[in-house]
Design a protein around this ligand. Structure first.
Ligand code: C2E
Ligand code: MG
Ligand code: MG
Ligand code: MG
Length: 294
């Protein structure tokens, strides 16, 4: 961190701000320290099977509980972690926690529930070969059935560095994990990748779900995604379901799974465990929720 501070300071001198400039916080060093101090945690947003209405897993979402400023949403620090490379360490932490929690859910749920945990991978993680080792280690340590781990990637990542992405995804698939495209249809993409990469799931973005019943185009696009997924043998997950009308809509269109504030905000792993075992769940603390309230 001394090196980081040094580099930061020299930038200020070059910019002509001089020695009178106050000490600037170094966001990268701050994030690294937060990880060391255990300020990063993982929240889980339940996934619901639209046919049965039962919880069938959860998406892992990283959280930064800042000691004085409270919850800092991932959008404010994931891009920085990407730039600095710290995302590799953060990603490893999230993967391990997710696999550990999922193994516990599997242990307490009914055998018939096809439980899964989904974990977001950022661009750097998809192209860095060390991610394959991190995933393998997390699975081995926790003894989780690889099929229950779903890695979420965005289509833009697939298009940016196709060679590295294809190589790593092939190795990840060989471990037995599943791959989902997050926010499908919102990035820079080519439909050709759908057949070129070994995919298992498409996630219908909140912006499409939000338009259902109000915007004819949202209906058409969502229907097309679900049909495409069906034809390719991929599962579909509707994201950001906030109303019962949206739930009915995505169920009618044939989505398999859904997640959103209607069912649950992101909560702690214990609350998900309680949901899996059918216990009554008290309202989760608001600071685990991501984004703005609906
Ligand atoms: P995402 O993967 O698309 O995650 C869905 C986001 O939508 C989450 O925000 C979630 O809290 C929010 N959400 C879920 N249901 C609803 C709803 O009904 N209404 C509304 N308005 N929002 C809903 P969050 O947790 O702030 O995460 C934002 C993004 O940060 C994620 O988008 C993902 O791209 C990234 N991210 C989160 N955790 C990780 C992580 O561990 N690793 C990496 N690489 N990225 C992460
Ligand atoms: Mg996601
Ligand atoms: Mg998403
Ligand atoms: Mg996203």
């Amino acid at each position: 961190t001394a090196k980081r501070n040094g580099r930061q300071r020299s930038v200020f001198y070059e910019a002509g701000l001089g020695e009178a400039a106050p000490e600037q916080p170094d966001p990268a060093a701050e994030l690294a320290a937060a990880l060391d101090r255990g300020e990063l945690t993982v929240a889980y947003q339940p996934l619901v099977d639209l046919r049965t209405g039962s919880p069938t897993g959860a998406e892992a979402l990283v959280r930064w509980q800042h000691p004085t400023e409270g919850n800092r949403p991932p959008d404010t620090f994931i891009p920085l972690a990407e730039e600095t490379g710290l995302i590799m360490e953060i990603g490893e932490f999230v993967l391990r926690d997710a696999c550990r929690q999922a193994a516990r859910w599997v242990g307490s749920a009914d055998d018939s529930v096809p439980l899964m945990v989904t974990v977001n991978l950022s661009a750097r993680q998809v192209t860095d070969p060390r991610t394959v080792d991190a995933v393998r280690a997390a699975l081995t340590e926790t003894d989780l059935d690889p099929h229950r781990l779903v890695l979420e990637i965005t289509e833009t990542v697939l298009m940016q560095d196709r060679e590295a992405a294809a190589t790593n995804l092939g190795k990840l698939k060989a471990l037995g994990v599943r791959i989902a495209i997050d926010d499908f249809g919102t990035g820079y993409s080519s439909l050709a990748y759908l057949s070129r990469f070994p995919l298992d799931m498409l996630k219908v973005p909140r912006e499409f779900v939000d338009g259902l019943g109000r915007d004819a185009n949202a209906d058409i696009v969502t229907r097309a995604i679900v049909e495409l997924a069906g034809a390719l043998g991929l599962l579909t997950v509707a994201e950001g379901v906030e109303t019962d009308e949206q739930r009915r809509h995505v169920a009618e269109l044939g989505c398999d799974l859904a997640q959103g504030y209607l069912f649950s905000r992101p909560v702690d792993a214990e609350t998900v465990l309680a949901l899996m075992t059918g216990l009554d769940v008290a309202a989760p603390p608001a600071d685990l929720a991501g984004g703005a309230p609906p």
